[in-house]
Design a protein around this ligand. Structure first.
Ligand SMILES: [Cu+2]
Length: 96
């Protein structure tokens, strides 16, 4: 019984880790930068890796300094992942 429980916990941990690592690439436009909260609002296109349609939503940034390089109206390509229940902007590059 204990053995079954241990296997179940291990499988769950593996699944949780896989979910945490699910990343998606997308394109979007910066709508708002909130430096004090470490967040940016993007109007983004569909994120296929996350099964998410186009929408406007808030992302946390992986590093606060990323916000220094973003301003309202910028168009970016980005990588995001769900971490700790919040979508985090892992990296981005500006589009011309
Ligand atoms: Cu979204």
């Amino acid at each position: 019984m204990l053995r079954v429980l241990i296997v179940a916990v291990a499988l769950f941990a593996q699944a949780a880790a896989a979910l945490a690592q699910a990343e998606a690439r997308g394109e979007g436009e910066v709508r708002k930068v909130d430096a004090s909260a470490g967040k940016v609002t993007l109007r983004h296109g569909p994120l296929e890796g996350l099964d998410m349609p186009a929408m406007t939503m808030v992302f946390r940034v992986a590093e606060p300094a990323m916000l220094d390089r973003l301003k309202v109206g910028d168009r970016i390509r980005f990588v995001t992942a769900k971490e700790g229940g919040a979508f985090t902007l892992k990296s981005f590059e500006k589009q011309e």
